[in-house]
Ligand binder design. Structure first.
Ligand code: G6P
Length: 368
């Protein structure tokens, strides 16, 4: 298999920039754009309408894909979701209902802990579904149904395009579940499908903030610790942002639920602490922005990721606002991953680290 970097300095940059196309590709598998419907091609050995719970396990970035999707399945399909990192799930041996659905998310399809979690669930009589990029993988082979993410080979150790492809597929599955469970009407489905189909061009536009992000990253590269805040589905986006920064720039970072700020991390805030707030305008944005003001009042350096409406409601107090296009709040967490990827990438470039092969990390962790 021959994959090259094209005109990019690193595979990670190439993979970040491919996302408008890879998301389109994933969408063309899951969505009938003309009919504005989700069209699942795989034969489902279960019926979403009969499920009382969805159990998800994954590791690393794939875990955050599941953590974001939890908000969608609960909101749009009223389906309760449990999500765990596979290394915890497998040893906790949670009780599972026979005939329930377990879903495993893995780019490589070879992650040892995720595979062990899958085998545990299969042993408990669960329907086993997986969401993978590598269809010839062990996880795919051992699954009752395999949902492909179709983003092409991902070479950079830090996952980027696989995450947005996982999210696109999960969003489609959540809509399918919502329809099957009688929660979403055909009109609501059409509205959510239109939101998904608007993503590729919104991602292209979000990539246009690169010059500004380079400038911010230069300052970020001098930080010792960085805090990421988000609320609702932006909370896992914040955790993913922190993971990405740690992985490739080696700067310590933490992702926190914005509402938990007062319960600990606010003690860390001083003039030297950059705080990245992920808050596109949605039902919860005012709450997050008021958490942000608490940071600002303590001298924290805020970098706000938001859209035009969000930027208007904060006024002039914030020096750095990275704007992403305004999209339906359903798909906003997918779009918000783009600036966090670019921030981590450019910060790492300033640090001079080995971006595609960060120290101590592997693309696929096939041992425990
Ligand atoms: C490693 C990689 C991550 C990836 C995780 C899960 O830690 O460095 O980028 O998210 O494994 O990998 P998987 O192939 O199961 O998605």
């Amino acid at each position: 298999l021959l994959v090259d970097k094209g005109n990019h300095r690193h595979f990670m940059a190439k993979e970040i920039y491919e996302q408008p196309e890879t998301i389109s590709h994933t969408l063309s598998h899951y969505v009938d754009m003309g009919a504005e419907k989700v069209a699942i091609r795989e034969t489902l050995p279960f019926d979403f309408a009969d499920l009382s719970r969805l159990t998800m396990s994954a590791c690393g970035t794939a875990y955050y894909a599941g953590a974001i999707a939890k908000y969608w399945f609960e909101r749009f399909a009223r389906l309760p979701v449990d999500i765990d990192v596979a290394s915890e799930f497998r040893y906790r041996e949670p009780p599972l209902e026979k005939g329930g659905l377990s879903l495993f998310i893995s780019q490589s399809g070879e992650t040892a802990d995720t595979l062990a979690a899958l085998r545990y669930c299969a042993g408990q009589g669960q329907h086993v579904a997986s969401l993978v990029n590598t269809l010839e993988s062990t996880i795919a082979r051992e699954s009752g149904v395999v949902f492909p993410i179709l983003c092409g080979p991902e070479i950079g150790v830090a996952s980027t395009k696989a995450l947005t492809a996982q999210l696109t597929a999960l969003a489609s599955l959540a809509i399918a579940a919502g329809r099957a469970r009688g929660v979403l009407s055909a009109e609501q489905e059409a509205e959510l499908v239109r939101a998904l189909t608007a993503l590729p061009s919104a991602v292209s536009a979000a990539l246009g903030a690169e010059a500004q992000i380079i400038d911010i990253s230069k300052r970020l590269s001098k930080a010792k610790d960085v805090l990421y805040l988000g609320r609702g589905a932006m909370f896992p986006v914040a955790m993913e942002g922190a993971l990405k920064l740690k992985e490739i720039s080696y700067i310590h970072a933490e992702g926190y639920a914005a509402g938990e700020l007062k319960h600990g991390p606010i003690a860390l805030v001083d003039e030297a602490m950059p705080v990245i707030v992920v808050a596109p305008s949605d039902e919860l944005v005012d709450k997050t922005l008021s958490n942000m003001q608490e940071v600002a009042a303590r001298g924290g350096k805020i970098i706000l990721i938001t859209d035009e409406d969000g930027a208007e409601s904060v006024g002039h107090g914030v020096a750095d606002i990275i704007k992403i296009p305004h999209v339906h709040s359903f798909v906003a967490p997918i779009l918000a991953t783009i600036p966090v990827q670019l921030l981590a990438y450019h910060t790492a470039v300033f640090m001079g680290t080995d971006v595609d092969q960060p120290r101590n990390l592997a693309k696929s962790v096939t041992v425990e």
